[in-house]
Design a protein around this ligand. Structure first.
Ligand code: BG6
Length: 304
């Protein structure tokens, strides 16, 4: 994006005391939000929420210090959007894992200062020949974000064609934690999950989730709130969701993180992904003319 385009973006959508657009890491254009409640940075590439930090709090999202910020590369951390499929493509292994939404450009469509001091932003995925070649359906995707004392993220999919399609999706949220050894995740007790570590297996969650080795699980048929309880930061993070029947929990642990090349040696200790989505058994059928909306609301409170 050249200087004139950035200027026109700011003329149309900057709001004093809320949001302005600027050149971010690796030359990516970002919306920089700073209001009375929180600060946040959202890249136009991928409509990728990179940071969210309520005032007086440590960052809530984890963003790798070794991430690659470059056109067409997914950013390691924040909230990558997996869309319109989750994980490997069901029929064609050559297509990118987790879909293409996280690596293509989105346009900023709207910004608004809300009465309670929060900032609302709306982004739309830009279709190109390359996206249509991978996803031959008349559809549109929008991301609606409210940056305030809570972070609200709504992913909206519209079927504008005349045939139904199957949609897989996730808000692949990386949470910053003090140390994975002092953290547990509640809310998924008793849920069935697909365990993707080693031989794929179906299991049932017993008690809260504690992590001491690689974890890669799709919890199924659950719309429950998840709570990340971090004894190090003394903080509880709540992830509430709507129209999301799957929750993915992921930590690559030592060897896998090393192979990924953008985690850093100790990165896995300070993060956990708790992803609100619809994946595997929970993919969604979107009928012609219909819209599907998935919502996640993230908030934090002190842990006594
Ligand atoms: C998780 C998947 O959602 O994302 C894992 O369950 C995967 O299997 C991880 O390794 C990271 O994916 P990527 O494509 O961002 O490296």
């Amino acid at each position: 994006m050249n200087h004139a385009e950035l200027e026109s973006l700011n003329q149309r959508l900057a709001i004093s005391g809320h949001v302005r657009f600027k050149e971010g890491p690796g030359g990516l254009i970002v919306a920089e939000i700073a209001n009375t409640h929180a600060e946040s940075m959202i890249a136009l590439q991928g409509a990728h929420i990179m940071t969210w930090q309520p005032r007086g709090q440590e960052p809530v999202l984890w963003l790798s210090r070794f991430g690659k910020f470059a056109p067409g590369k997914s950013i390691r951390g924040g909230v990558p959007i997996c869309w319109p499929w989750f994980g490997p493509h069901a029929a064609d292994a050559k297509l990118p894992g987790h879909g293409f939404a996280r690596t293509v450009m989105w346009e900023a469509l709207e910004t608004r200062a809300l009465d309670d001091g929060a900032t609302f932003l709306r982004f739309g995925l830009i279709e190109t020949e390359a996206t249509r070649a991978q996803w031959p359906h008349a559809s549109s995707a929008q991301l609606l974000v409210t940056v305030g004392a809570e972070l609200r993220i709504e992913l909206l999919t519209q079927n504008a064609g005349n045939a139904p399609f199957q949609l897989g999706e996730a808000l692949h949220t990386y949470f910053h934690i003090h140390d994975v050894a002092g953290m547990e995740i509640r809310g998924l007790e008793g849920c069935a999950y697909l365990d993707k570590v080693g031989e794929p297996a179906r299991r049932t969650q017993q008690g809260p989730i504690v992590i001491g080795s690689e974890v890669d699980r799709i919890y199924l048929d659950t719309e429950a709130d998840c709570l990340i309880e971090d004894r190090g930061i003394k903080r509880r993070t709540r992830i509430a969701k709507k129209n999301s029947r799957s929750t993915v929990v992921w930590n690559p642990w030592i060897e896998k993180a090393e192979k990924m090349g953008d985690f850093g040696a100790e990165g896995y200790r300070g993060m956990v992904c708790v992803e609100s989505g619809n994946a595997a058994d929970n993919v969604v059928t979107v009928q012609p003319g219909e819209a599907h909306s998935m919502l996640a609301v993230i908030s934090v409170e002190a842990l006594a």
